[in-house]
Design a protein around this ligand. Structure first.
Ligand SMILES: Nc1nc2c(ncn2[C@@H]2O[C@H](COP(=O)(O)OP(=O)(O)OP(=O)(O)O)[C@@H](O)[C@H]2O)c(=O)[nH]1
Ligand SMILES: [Mg+2]
Length: 451
């Protein structure tokens, strides 16, 4: 995400390396570079100018009172200003109303239908009962597409065969939803470009159903065009928030950085892939961190929390403590990590890692070899890795299409991991660790000694 911009900014900051303090001269030079980097990322020129002017005056202002080195100070100020530029804080959806009604708008191919599915899936997992509404009545394929999406996420789709009036359909769907569904997501038709008929239609739907949220969906790859389209839609619809899709591609960043200050509406979500789980709440601070190659720990923690299960974690800890952590658990952990999203994306959220692995191919098949080996074990072997002797190893290698070395390596790593985990767990319980080190006894009757 925004790799070129990240590199360019980093290079701009290098101007300040070795400088004792920020001066009118070195800051002017740095800002010239930053501005060019922003313009090359397709940021609106007015936005870029205001941005660098602000950063410059803040840098000169904070120079004297700050103990940071010029380069560090610059990174900090740019980080804060990028965060502000993208809206400062997260802008959550307004989920009031029963049912809550969310209306999608946007040009053809921007990702409305896909995002409708993503949002339905996301909110369903948070306990909502969504209904998807096929308001794109012009192409039979469009209704079909929404049905497929609905099926994939396990959410019903409201359609009216033969009715070509999306206003009526949306109204009927909401009436039907009352009492049965608490969230109605209305997908609509897009056009190739902004045209009056489309604007009239979406405006009519909005007026008729009075949604809690009207979202404008836009393809981030289209850069400044995205900003212009957003403006046109906002002038007519006064929408509530923006959804930036296709942020997974080699988007330069212009749309993400300019849209907020041009239309004065927050970006609420981003789409980061074609799959229905590729959705993130937009977090300005996290995005600023990522642009500056600082990772995004907040998003990483959020993802972990989504798949994290307290009970399961406790069960695992107990197993680790008793040295019973086995290949079943190991496999389960791998599945959990896979649920968090694509590996490269995850890794890039770790501070410092994004830049390091930028050109390295990490695909989600990384676990494939390991999974194959574990799948070739018998349940007994998975539970008691100790019994896996040489002939069993040979059989497993054959069964999984890997070599004996692969199997040996995995078993060795597994054993080491198990040891480390046990040490880490017992570290929290120093008494137990002592007991373990002494090999026996310890001090009976002390807390933490119970088994
Ligand atoms: N890479 C990537 N592709 C996406 C994303 N969101 C949508 N797409 C793809 O973009 C294409 C268009 O998406 P749709 O959801 O059909 O777009 P739409 O706005 O409903 O289009 P119309 O119904 O024709 O107006 C599809 O091929 C999607 O798979 C995303 O976040 N990343
Ligand atoms: Mg569509």
């Amino acid at each position: 995400m925004f790799n070129t911009l990240s590199d360019r900014l980093e290079r701009s900051f290098k101007i300040l390396k070795g400088e004792g303090r920020i001066t009118e001269i070195n800051i002017a030079e740095t800002m010239k570079d930053v501005r060019r980097a922003l313009l090359d990322a397709d940021v609106n020129y007015k936005v870029a100018k205001t941005f660098t002017d602000t950063v410059k005056s803040k840098a000169l202002g904070q120079n004297v009172i700050n103990s940071l080195k010029p380069k560090e100070l610059m990174v900090k100020i740019v980080h804060d200003e990028l965060t502000q530029l993208m809206g400062g804080a997260e802008a959550p959806l307004n989920l009031s109303g029963n049912p809550t009604v969310i209306l999608m708008s946007g040009l053809q191919g921007s990702g409305k239908t896909t995002f409708s599915g993503k949002l339905a899936r996301r909110l369903k997992s948070k306990g909502r009962r969504p209904l998807l509404v096929a308001g794109d009545v012009y192409r039979p394929a469009a209704i079909e597409q929404l049905k497929v999406v609905g099926e994939q996420v396990g959410v019903p789709v409201y359609t009216e065969e033969g009715n070509r009036n999306p206003v009526e359909i949306a109204r009927n769907a909401i009436a039907q939803a009352k009492g049965r569904y608490d969230l109605v997501i209305v997908d609509t038709a897009g056009r190739l470009a902004v045209d009056e008929a489309m604007m009239d239609e979406i405006e009519a739907i909005k007026n008729a159903i009075k949604p809690q949220e009207t979202l404008f969906v836009v393809d981030a790859m289209t850069g400044q065009d995205a900003v212009n389209t957003a403006k046109a839609f906002n002038d007519r619809l006064d929408f509530d928030g923006v959804v930036l899709t296709k942020l997974d591609g080699d988007t330069r960043g212009g749309a993400a950085l300019s849209i907020r200050s041009v239309v004065e509406k927050p970006i609420k979500f981003v789409g980061t892939g074609e799959k229905l789980e590729d959705i993130q709440e937009f977090n300005p601070e996290g995005m600023a961190s990522r642009i500056l190659g600082m990772g995004d720990i907040v998003e990483l923690a959020k993802r972990a929390q989504e798949v994290y299960d307290q009970k399961e974690a406790e069960r695992l800890q107990e197993k680790i403590r008793k040295n019973k952590f086995d290949f079943e658990d190991f496999m389960h952990q791998i599945q959990q990590i896979k649920k968090m999203g694509d590996l490269k994306g995850l890794a890039s959220m770790i501070p410092g890692v994004g830049k390091a692995i930028k050109d390295i191919d990490i695909d989600n098949d990384a676990f494939k070899g390991i999974e194959a080996i574990i799948n070739s074990m018998t349940p007994d072997e998975r539970h008691n890795p100790e019994i896996i002797n040489t002939s069993r190893r040979q059989r497993i290698a054959k069964g999984s299409g890997s070599t004996l070395q692969d199997v040996n390596r995995l078993l060795k790593q597994f054993e080491e991991t198990r040891k480390m985990m046990r040490m880490a767990t017992n570290m929290k319980n120093p008494m137990k660790l002592m007991k373990q080190m002494k090999g026996r006894g310890g001090m009976p009757g002390m807390p933490g000694m119970k088994r």
